[in-house]
Design a protein around this ligand. Structure first.
Ligand SMILES: Cc1ncc(COP(=O)(O)O)c(C=O)c1O
Length: 404
């Protein structure tokens, strides 16, 4: 048996919704897409939500529309999916990587400030793993240095920080509906903004430089980053179950919290204060993520390592403003990669399977308990407790799930 790390939750409502879109014969972007955008505005509180083919091209379009290009630098966290930095490079600007905070895995004023130069135009906080970066804390820094804030909220649908939906505080935010995301449209994304002229600019960019399809006088050069009605149909039915998705992700995390409580060499990532998380992935820190992933894989349990630090990515060698020696400037992303693992986290994951994953982790760590391997700084150093035949309920009493 293979336990996937992540898979979408597609049910008969989704199938019916997509079938209706196909049968309508309106397959390219049309009324369903407009309705999907309306629903996204209602969900996020953004004044505009513009559906895009995916979040990668949406990020690129935001940068272009904001006039970011050659000669400009954009601060990007060293721990993110490559799409964040690729968009900057494809817009003609230079990504400048900064370290992240060890627990939240996100950039902060502390980690971003040393990288600001007179060429810096923007900063892209990335809301990783269903948590949210503290954008409010970045605002004074952005004002002081005249920087734009562009939020990469690809992984943060439904996530709120101090009441605001992720992606709605900066000049623009981008969300993703890729197949493994909280909600999926297969491929897909959207730009959130409350800036009317930016909304118009990114709409033009996705529509060959014009506001209206079917008109063949184009005011500017653009591209085709359109959505489809099938994506919108799937997105609409997925939105209908967002609350259930959020509740199920919380159940999964709480079950892991109970199952792993008492283990000294592994611990769950903690959500930052003021965040209403959506536990898209349940993440743990272990001494050796690669070894733990291997042990789980041997039992057919898929897990996912954290992102490979961007400053080490072969594809960015020629783009690095920082010299290679600057590797030492990224202690937290380096550590996070070494110790971080995302556990199976898909909606519907049975409790017994979560218990089996916890058991597999316990066994894997038991094999290394008496080794002299130093405990990773990310990992709790409390003495290891014997779990004996404790039931999950007994373990839960040691550390209530809510305290994780
Ligand atoms: C942090 C981050 N940014 C951007 C993207 C790009 O999203 P998309 O796959 O919709 O292009 C992803 C996708 O996984 C992501 O995780």
């Amino acid at each position: 048996m293979v336990v996937p790390q992540i898979q979408p939750w597609i049910d008969s409502d989704d199938v019916e919704s997509v079938r209706a879109a196909v049968e309508s014969t309106f397959v390219t972007e049309h009324d369903r897409t407009r309705f999907f955008e309306t629903r996204l505005r209602e969900l996020t509180g953004a004044r505009h939500a513009i559906a895009y083919a995916n979040a990668s091209c949406a990020l690129f379009a935001v940068l272009r529309a904001l006039g970011i290009g050659p000669g400009h630098e954009v601060i990007v966290p060293d721990l993110t999916f490559v799409a964040t930095a690729n968009a900057v490079i494809l817009a003609g600007a230079t990504p400048v990587f900064c370290d992240v905070e060890p627990e939240t895995l996100m950039l902060s004023p502390r980690t971003a400030t040393p990288h600001i130069t007179p060429r810096t135009r923007a900063i892209i906080p990335v809301h990783l793993y269903g948590l949210a970066a503290d954008v409010a804390a970045l605002e004074p820094l952005a004002r002081q240095h005249n920087l734009l804030i562009i939020e990469d909220a690809a992984q943060a649908v439904g996530v709120r920080f101090a009441g605001a939906h992720a992606g709605t505080r900066g000049s623009a935010g981008v969300i993703s509906f890729y197949g493994n995301k909280t909600l999926t449209t297969g491929e897909g994304g959207a730009i959130l903004t409350s800036d009317d002229s930016l909304a118009e600019a990114v709409y033009r960019l996705k529509n060959h430089g014009r506001m209206q399809k079917g008109v063949f006088v184009h005011e500017q050069v653009g591209f085709n980053f359109s959505f489809t009605e099938m994506q919108a149909a799937l997105g609409l039915s997925q939105l209908d179950k967002l609350e259930r998705v959020i509740a199920d992700k919380r159940r999964i995390r709480e079950r892991y919290a109970r199952g792993l409580a008492g283990l000294a060499n592994v611990r769950l990532q903690q959500p930052p204060p003021h965040v209403e998380p959506v536990f898209w992935f349940t993440n743990v820190f272990a001494d050796d993520a690669a070894a733990l992933a291997g042990a789980l894989q041997a039992r057919g349990i898929q897990s996912r390592r954290f992102f490979y630090p961007l400053h080490q990515q072969p594809c960015y060698r020629e783009h690095l403003r920082q010299r290679p020696a600057a590797g030492s400037a990224f202690p937290n992303t380096t550590q996070a990669y070494a110790s971080g693992l995302s556990l199976p986290s898909w909606c519907g994951l049975p409790d017994e399977t979560i218990d089996a994953v916890c058991e597999a982790i316990t066994d894997a760590l038991d094999r290394t308990t008496d080794s002299t391997v130093p405990t990773h700084p990310y990992v709790r150093t409390a003495p290891r407790k014997s779990r004996g035949n404790q039931t999950p309920a007994a373990v839960a009493c040691e550390r209530p799930a809510g305290s994780q």
